[in-house]
Design a protein around this ligand. Sequence first.
Ligand SMILES: C[S@@+](CC[C@H](N)C(=O)[O-])C[C@H]1O[C@@H](n2cnc3c(N)ncnc32)[C@H](O)[C@@H]1O
Length: 274
Amino acid sequence: MSVSPEDFRFVSAFVRDAAAIVLESGKEYLVETRLGPVAERSGLDGIPSLVRELRRDRHGALARAVVDAMTTNETSFFRDVGPYQHLRQSVIPALIDARRADKRLSIWCAAASSGQEPYSLAMLLREHFPQLESWTVQFIATDISQAMLARCRNGVYSQLEVNRGLPAPLLVKYFQKKGLDWQVDERLRNWIEWREFNLVGRAWNSLPKFDLVLLRNVMIYFDVETKRGILANMRRVLRPDGYLFLGTAETTVNVDEGFQPESAHSSCFRQRAA
Ligand SMILES: C[S@@+](CC[C@H](N)C(=O)[O-])C[C@H]1O[C@@H](n2cnc3c(N)ncnc32)[C@H](O)[C@@H]1O
């Protein structure tokens, strides 16, 4: 199933508008491989018909399915290890100390994908900071993809997925066998509030203030202006003494000088004092 140059231009502009995802020329194969199955599932006889439908209705179920299909959802439990060590050894203890008077913490995983990242953090908190059980911890995890959010809420992972980064003792403690797969403990599933959220949408005002935000491995798909807009919004929702984690290949340097890398750890960022 091949995509014509005109249809590719349309799809690129559509996903850039809808989700800020940049599809440079040369990525035609991505459109072909990802939208072919969407066309088939929607009863359309190929990408040209899908594009015709999309031109007609840019906000309906097909449009959402196209955005879903064009997101890249690569993730794993305890991805990159280092940030989780830093959270455990330094960031969470500092936040517990700073918030000990009102015993409240708010956390946001802003590109949750299929849920391995928020569940990793939830397990880390349960394992190493039992005192938080008596705190009010608001834990929100969001993604633009409805399909990914459905997976997050279900919390079901294949053997292959749990083999990627999840230590065996945590598998035994926090998961139940479900057929050939594994399902996360109901208490963790219900603890996290799963929401659809577009980082380039208009719903930033609906968010509370956060002490800790994980915005990892999503801005790599965006151009610099989009990154600037997101980081400017982030400064409004992150408390002045809060922590922002980006992916290991991402930075705020030369993008938003309101943030600076925490010297000890390059993927952790703090706001500069005003
Ligand atoms: C590569 S995954 C990163 C998952 C996880 N944070 C990690 O580091 O392992 C990127 C996620 O960002 C989401 N995403 C892409 N564009 C988005 C947007 N405009 N708003 C919110 N989420 C978006 C995708 O759906 C995908 O699940």
